[in-house]
Design a protein around this ligand. Structure first.
Ligand SMILES: Nc1nc2c(ncn2[C@@H]2O[C@H](COP(=O)(O)OP(=O)(O)OP(=O)(O)O)[C@@H](O)[C@H]2O)c(=O)[nH]1
Ligand SMILES: [Mg+2]
Length: 351
């Protein structure tokens, strides 16, 4: 089954050492179909040729796989392009993939030259020496690109941990300061199982959950907390949250904690809300005032005054959350999403 995260579909990639060892084992195991009536010298020649060809072929297969199985960055959903940029660096990734690919022509060259030498060799020793020299030189080329292979392996590991995103489902992204109760809400309403804790910065990457609202299958995205500071000062984790808002949100739930138990003042949270509104002027934003069970009446009164059209909830008890979800889905314009699904279904029936 293909998974929704394109990086989760990459088969395992071997390190330089593993590739050389794998190709070597395959080449020495290869069985030969030379006739026993053939002279020993000719049998050896065929054996050396076959072994070198097999070694070279397996090396090239593994190098090509490492590059070609990696999804082409240009064709990815922009959310994954941005996450790959944040977590890995797309230029560096492209450079590494390119460098691995560039190993193939010199390997072909070395293989051809040494095969030629084996074909022309007049004695056993010459043949073996040529085969062994070719394998050594090819192994050096692979080992010289070990760092690039390691980088690609690390990139695959980091990126395959990202959640799968279904581009055609209405998507709600829940954002706000750290520790305000975002994960508590997402866990209460969806299939997601984010970690919840009394301290800030618990959620360290984007998490996706699913739920049904009326007749729609909806995605809800839990994000790491963000602070009210300029974009240039944001760390990797906050930038992931911003990428989710930017590329995934059809509607945003902005959560505030007027009790200030989260550790930040209500005013700081309002500043962040103003910033989010400025960054995403096209997105509907629903405000969820959370932790009203904890909030002092005077603080709640201020919150109500500053945020008049908001939902009051107690995420931890699931109070007010169903209505919040229904209102959120109502804000999503489902027409273009339905059109995408219709187009997709139509393209299937044509094929
Ligand atoms: N009293 C009360 N506590 C709540 C409520 N919602 C969440 N909490 C508590 O607030 C703390 C933080 O909750 P989380 O859901 O982890 O907060 P978060 O916004 O995901 O935090 P980060 O992942 O760090 O950004 C936990 O101790 C929750 O139990 C609520 O409605 N009332
Ligand atoms: Mg969280």
């Amino acid at each position: 089954m293909r998974r929704l995260n394109p990086f989760a579909n990459i088969p395992s990639i071997m390190t330089a050492e593993e590739i050389v060892e794998f190709a070597h084992n395959r080449s020495v195991k290869i069985s030969m179909k030379s006739s026993l009536r053939m002279k020993k010298l000719e049998r050896t020649r065929i054996r050396e040729i076959t072994r070198l060809q097999e070694f070279s072929k397996q090396i090239k297969i593994k190098l090509t796989e490492a590059v070609e199985e990696f999804p082409s960055i240009e064709r990815l959903h922009p959310f994954y392009v941005e996450l790959s940029e944040i977590l890995i660096g797309n230029d560096k990734l492209k450079q590494s993939l390119g460098a691995v690919y560039k190993c193939i022509p010199p390997i072909d060259d070395i293989t051809d030259k040494h095969l030629q030498a084996i074909k022309l060799a007049g004695e056993f020793r010459q043949m073996k020496r040529s085969r062994s020299a070719a394998k050594g030189r090819i192994a050096s080329i692979v080992k010289a690109t070990a760092k690039n292979l390691d980088f690609i392996i690390e990139a695959k590991k980091a990126l395959s941990r990202l959640p799968g995103i279904s581009p055609n489902s209405p998507t709600i992204v829940c954002a706000g300061f750290p520790n305000v109760g975002k994960s508590t809400l997402v866990k209460a309403v969806s299939t997601a199982e984010p970690e919840i804790a009394y301290y800030p910065f618990t959620t360290r990457s984007v998490i996706v959950g699913h739920l049904r609202v009326d007749n729609h299958s909806v995605q809800i995205v839990d994000t790491p907390g963000i602070l009210d500071r300029p974009m240039a000062e944001r760390n990797e984790i906050e930038r992931e949250a911003i990428a989710a808002l930017k590329y995934l949100a059809h509607v945003i739930i902005f959560m505030v904690d007027p009790s200030e138990a989260c550790g930040w003042t209500f005013d700081q949270q309002l500043n962040l809300l103003a910033e989010v509104r400025k960054m995403f002027p096209m997105n509907p934003i629903l405000i969820a005032i959370n932790k009203i069970d904890l909030t002092q009446p005077d603080k709640l009164a201020i919150a109500r005054e500053k945020l008049p059209e908001s939902h009051e909830i107690i995420a931890v008890e699931g109070i007010g959350v169903e209505k919040l979800m229904r209102d959120a889905v109502e804000e999503v314009d489902l027409t273009p999403l339905q059109e995408t699904v219709d187009d997709y279904l139509a393209s299937l029936s044509k094929g």
